[in-house]
Write a protein that binds this ligand. Structure first.
Ligand SMILES: [Zn+2]
Length: 267
């Protein structure tokens, strides 16, 4: 599954914290983000959250463990970077050896930067580890384009996208509308809130994209609101959004298409 971050990395951080605090850390994560986004910093934050003794999901940033993670010299954490143009097979072999050594702390962590440059042989070798990760191993793959990784690798990782841009006005609007609908607010209140986005064809289209992203996030993650919405309901809303998009494409008035959608959401 892929977890879109809704263009807001604060939300991604929140999610990672939640994964750690609810003790649901998987064996393998794949982060994708464009050049210029400090993906290693994200990985460090996540690892500190997992290893810091302060408590599940917390990272104090001050203890010796957090310090070691920040300085890249924690005994249990290995960073692999590409050698020339690619991450080579031999490096992956060394990973496998490290994972078989008992960790000093709770778990062994391997981070592969530029994982999407792994040679086919390296990917094949890594796949074996992903299929049967030893102990509590945590494997973090960082990439610019996860499509360069074999499907078999992608499918064994929990995937996150890290975005460079900050949250757009449409994203905020979408979140607001969905929260209002969740809180049982009425149709006319949502229409009022959506304001000009209802009448402007381009803004309406962007709002639809943002709303779809929020709903899909709810489906694929332990979203805090997920108890309120059942998966079938969310799927229906996503279908409604797709229908609204089709109507927009068929040149229906943006206002009409959007109002119909909001009416569906508020029941
Ligand atoms: Zn700490």
């Amino acid at each position: 599954m892929i977890l879109e971050t809704g263009r807001d990395n604060a939300r991604l951080k929140e999610r990672l914290e939640k994964i750690v605090s609810t003790n649901r850390v998987s064996h393998a994560y794949l982060f994708e983000g464009p050049t210029g986004v400090d993906k290693e910093a994200f990985a460090r934050g996540f690892i500190k959250g997992v290893l810091c003794p302060k408590g599940l999901g917390e990272n104090c940033g001050e203890c010796s463990i957090c310090n070691k993670v920040d300085h890249g010299n924690h005994e249990d954490v290995s960073w692999i970077r590409r050698d020339g143009l690619s991450v080579k097979d031999a490096v992956v072999t060394s990973i496998q050896e490290k994972l078989n050594v008992r960790p000093v702390g709770g778990r062994n962590v391997i981070v592969i930067s530029d994982s999407d440059t792994m040679t086919p042989q390296a990917q094949n070798r890594l796949l074996k580890t992903l299929e049967e990760p030893p102990g509590d191993a945590l494997i973090i793959l960082l990439s610019e384009n996860m499509e360069n990784l074999a499907q078999t690798i992608q499918s064994r990782c929990v995937k996150f996208r890290i975005d460079a841009s900050s949250q757009t006005a449409e994203d905020e609007s979408a979140e607001m509308l969905i929260r209002m609908a969740l809180a049982g607010r009425r149709f006319h209140e949502l229409v009022h809130e959506a304001g000009d986005d209802l009448r402007d064809r381009i803004k309406a289209g962007q709002l639809l994209d943002s709303m779809e992203r929020v709903y899909r996030d709810m489906l694929f993650e332990e979203h805090q609101d997920v108890q309120t919405y059942k998966p079938e309901e969310i799927c229906r809303y996503v279908e409604c959004i797709e229908e609204a998009r089709t109507r927009l494409e068929q040149k229906m008035s943006a206002e009409y298409a959007m109002k119909e959608l909001l009416l569906e959401i508020t029941g």
